[in-house]
Design a protein around this ligand. Structure first.
Ligand code: SF4
Length: 144
């Protein structure tokens, strides 16, 4: 069985910025992979709940204007450390997040507008050869 990095919030952990938890149907994923839960924003030293953040101009800023880029980058490095330790080829990460989002993220205006791009962790994992999926294209992951 291959190891899979997975966003902890997809497993119902209440590490989301708003401190809430949501359940997703991951039965098929659990049968096919060994799951390694990660939450890069927690690894980066941020609290839960926390002020939401978005990426703009190559940095990450929270809604109050605080630059939290360093925390996001630290969280990404920690996630990559685990990926290397467990020889991970695939990751299933939460869509649209400034850490975990893949392919599209919020545009930095805090208006709910999406733009093309990756979260900080998703980008670093991809740069290191790890294929990243989200809950929206899990079907492709299950074909691996
Ligand atoms: Fe943590 Fe990623 Fe989920 Fe955000 S999307 S709560 S960083 S696991």
């Amino acid at each position: 069985m291959d190891n899979l990095l997975i966003s902890a919030c997809l497993l119902g952990l209440s590490c989301r910025y708003d401190g809430e938890s949501r359940d997703y149907d991951l039965k098929d994923v659990k049968e096919k992979f060994n799951l390694i839960p990660i939450c890069p924003e927690i690894y980066g030293g941020l609290p839960t709940p926390r002020v939401p953040s978005e990426i703009r101009e190559n940095g990450v800023f929270n809604r109050e204007g605080l630059d939290v880029t360093a925390q996001y980058e630290k969280g990404a490095r920690e996630a990559l450390h685990l990926a290397k330790l467990f020889d991970v080829k695939y990751a299933l990460l939460k869509a649209k997040s400034p850490s975990c989002g893949s392919g599209e993220i919020y545009d930095g205006s805090f208006s709910g507008t999406l733009t093309k791009g990756d979260g900080i962790t998703a980008r670093l994992l991809k740069e290191n050869g790890i294929e990243v999926f989200t809950e929206n294209n899990m079907v492709k992951l299950l074909k691996k």
